[in-house]
Design a protein around this ligand. Sequence first.
Ligand code: RP5
Length: 152
Amino acid sequence: MAPTVALLMGSESDRDKVKPAEETLKRMGVEVISEVISAHRQPEKLRSFVREAPSRGVEVFIAAAGMAAHLPGVVASLTTLPVIGVPLSSGTLGGLDALLSIVQMPRGIPVAAVAVDGAVNAALLACSILALRHEEVAVSWRSFREEMSEKA
Ligand code: RP5
């Protein structure tokens, strides 16, 4: 199966901040299944999506959300695949609320956290995970790093 990432966001209002992750993944040759699913408003839909994701080839989840930002933690509660949380700067607290919500997961259910609005780094972290198993992603990931080094 093609290397595939599930890219979830908690609201349609998150889309612009999440789009760079999708663009980055596609540039690296990774398939993206992108969905808006709210952990609070659509818990049953979220459960079904996460449970079915492995049969669709998903190996890594990226979950972006603002405010109380339970999406990454709930996804992680439903799967043993790696979950990367992206705290978003929506709401009145500038993303600090979402950052703390995502980074302070209790012991046993880990979620990797990137910077507030760090969608691109979430995509690159997903690539580094996929690169362990998919040589074509390893090649893209290495050449991305080399190009960055040359530009610096
Ligand atoms: C979070 O609440 C979403 O991820 C979004 O960042 C924020 C606001 O959502 P909406 O009220 O715009 O749907 O769950």
